[in-house]
Design a protein around this ligand. Sequence first.
Ligand code: A3P
Length: 345
Amino acid sequence: MLFKQQAWLRQKLLVLGSLAVGSLLYLVARVGSLDRLQPICPIEGRFGAHGQAEFPLRALQFKRGLLHEFRKGNASKEQVRLHDLVQQLPKAIIIGVRKGGTRALLEMLNLHPAVVKASQEIHFFDNDENYAKGIEWYRKKMPFSYPQQITIEKSPAYFITEEVPERIYKMNSSIKLLIIVREPTTRAISDYTQVLEGKERKNKTYYKFEKLAIDPNTCEVNTKYKAVRTSIYTKHLERWLKYFPIEQFHVVDGDRLITEPLPELQLVEKFLNLPPRISQYNLYFNATRGFYCLRFNIIFNKCLAGSKGRIHPEVDPSVITKLRKFFHPFNQKFYQITGRTLNWP
Ligand code: A3P
């Protein structure tokens, strides 16, 4: 009997102990994330004449809770609106380049307390059907945020789509534009790998990269192949420059974002006039994934989906050399226009 009672008591103590440890961990995590939020950053020109605005921590806590309830369906849109949460048009857009690391950039920027990301690619400006739905449709696709925060979206197709610069200009001529690029041949192979994977998933066969990238008749680089054309960054950028001055663009080195993300993110913070809030703590290298992953606080962290960081097929080295030689003059022009030299081969 005594033994039974002792066992029961031990079990109870164990449950209570786990609960206490769990609550403690939760509180530490919560305080961590609220700490990040407290002095919502000063974004130049957004606070009027009175300088930097700061939210009282309690109000923030409450609003975060309300937003959570809204997402769960327990709070009405009216309640959310009453507490200043708004759907804002983006102040900055990651316009491309496809396979440059656009998702990693968006997710990493979202670590900043003043940044709110649109999770999905919205394809408003490159898709005629979406564009015809109007700017309010676009705004309603944006996440809820506090007025002092900035919303960022990414749709990599924007960079290469003819009509997009003019359309974005019409929405906001002073918008900030982020372009993340990788060494053009690597990017083209990454692009090919994504398409190849899609074909394989449907049990379809596909050409080898070499066959697509090199014209069999001339043995020259096939400029009709989309993966090649997308990597001629300067050609696309020149179209954008008809609408926006170069100062409104920031080039992110996508190869460096893979190996050394923090300095690249710090450059973006500067470009966006955000106080530096992303730190090494927020980024940790995951050896299994072979990439940096994101740490929000001691409990919440995440790596990008498995579709990011695919293994590329082996490509004939002579084709790689030919492609690199082809891209070289375009790269030089790109460095010259953007003022960012990336030392690609
Ligand atoms: P690969 O799959 O070729 O390696 P996008 O998001 O524009 O489609 O870009 C995908 C690329 O992002 C991946 O290309 C990968 O190399 C790169 N990337 C950069 N940082 C990453 C990270 N932290 N985790 C996973 N992929 C990352």
